[in-house]
Design a protein around this ligand. Structure first.
Ligand code: NDP
Length: 396
């Protein structure tokens, strides 16, 4: 009997819950805990009362410990926000419970993300004989597994990598983010960063762009951003010479974002408002559409993949491994949009890898540290099929 505790009942968390329910032989009892209990209740209703629900503020470690001790899950799937990664890892350590998340830790008061804080837990997890799997979403997550697959099956040596992320969907709102607005806006308003010639290069936000031709979607302007999987991939594939991350944004999205930034609405510095302290970005999140509310009218597709140049049998080649996901199909299947779907499904698969011991070790791990084959097979059978094609490098 495998009990699972899923923390976070938002857009991506709901997808993970529904996908776990389809695998009752693996996830025999599903518990969901989230800060706003109303969302848990709504989810329970949608799931025909097949889940147990709990109110939890996962920032409070002792409350998470108490809940884990009560439920005794084999694994905790953290699909709340990056701020909760460290407190939930502390609760898992105290209760000797496996851990999985989809995004790396960020301190609330500083818009900065890096793996150091979580990698520092490796020895403690090892000593407690438990496992943590970091970044089991799509990017990070599936993109790391695509690169592992390329290193195992397509190339003798990896040289250059471009991770490309396109959302060519239309949700009908003038401005909305596809995952948690606060986390999304913090990510894209930071400086860009990429790895070239064994060194990190820093650029100002959105200052480098390229038109990329995405399969099934076409040409889209894409901006160079820093994304967390670059850090772990450079660590685990030290031969890589250059790795970059590109994401598409429409002109309309960027215009809105620039205005919001210019008037101070994306600031994370608390200010006094009528005697109360408020953080402008936290307030903005409250007035924007929630990512889970976008799905009903969403049309179009996402295309996320890795352009990989490497050497095979002495010859330089470039391949693209990618997935295309249709917003409308995600809505029909799970009442979700494609960005939540492509995050929530790999979280279920990652947990399945751990519980079936297909991926298993004690300590803290990134996705590319395990064999790609079982995960790639699960993607195909869980609505995220992938394809490999010859591709022209972005810089010819
Ligand atoms: P949502 O805002 O829709 O959901 C977040 C959920 O977490 C909400 O239910 C929220 O509750 C809950 N939560 C927030 N704080 C706490 C807390 N202290 N204790 C308990 N629950 C809490 O976001 P998404 O579902 O869009 O995103 C979820 C995660 O997925 C994020 O970490 C995001 O970075 C990650 N992600 C990863 C991707 C990948 O490909 N790897 C892509 C997209 C997202 P409340 O309702 O009270 O706010």
């Amino acid at each position: 009997m495998n009990r699972v505790l899923i923390i976070g009942a938002g857009a991506a968390g709901s997808v993970t819950v529904k996908k776990c329910l389809e695998e009752k032989d693996i996830f025999s009892k599903i518990h969901v805990a989230s800060r706003t209990f109303k969302k848990c209740k709504e989810l329970k209703k949608i799931c025909n009362n097949e889940i147990e629900i709990h109110q939890l503020d996962a920032d409070i470690v002792k409350d998470s410990i108490n809940l884990i001790q009560k439920i005794k899950p084999e694994i905790v799937i953290n699909i709340a926000l990056p701020y909760q990664d460290i407190p939930i890892m502390d609760a898992c350590l105290a209760t000797k419970t496996h851990y999985l998340d989809t995004a790396n830790y960020e301190p609330k008061n500083k818009a900065e993300f890096c793996y150091k804080w979580q990698w520092d837990y490796h020895q403690k997890f090892k000593e407690q004989k438990i496992m943590a799997l970091l970044g089991s979403g799509f990017d990070p997550g599936v993109t790391n597994v695509f690169i592992k697959y390329a290193s195992e099956n397509l190339f003798d040596e990896l040289i250059n990598i471009d991770i490309i992320d396109c959302n060519a969907g239309e949700h009908g709102h003038p401005f909305a983010t596809n995952f948690n607005p606060e986390i999304n806006i913090r990510e894209i308003t930071q400086n860009g960063k990429f790895y070239d010639n064994k060194d990190w290069q820093i650029i100002s936000p959105m200052s480098i762009s390229k038109t990329i031709n995405y399969p099934e979607v076409g040409e889209k302007k894409s901006y160079l951003l820093y994304h967390e999987e670059l850090e772990s991939l450079v660590k685990h594939f030290p031969e890589i010479k250059r790795i970059r991350f590109w994401m598409t944004f429409s002109d309309q999205y960027l215009n809105y974002l620039n205005v919001l930034q210019d008037v101070g609405m994306t600031s994370i510095k608390p200010l006094n408002f009528k005697g109360n302290k408020i953080v402008p970005l936290e307030f903005l999140k409250e007035v924007l559409p929630s990512p889970s509310s976008l799905s009903s009218n969403y049309t179009g597709k996402t295309c996320i993949g890795c352009i990989i140049t490497g050497i095979k049998n002495g010859k330089k080649q470039t391949k693209l491994i990618y997935n295309v996901c249709d917003h409308k199909k995600c809505h029909e299947e799970l009442n979700s949009q494609a960005v939540s779907y492509t995050t929530g499904v790999p979280a279920m698969i990652g947990a399945k890898m751990i519980l079936t011991k297909q991926w298993f070790d004690y300590g803290v791990f990134n996705m590319e540290q395990f064999q790609s084959k079982p995960f790639m097979e699960e993607l195909n059978s869980n609505g995220l099929s992938w394809n490999i094609i010859d591709f022209t490098p972005l810089d010819k």
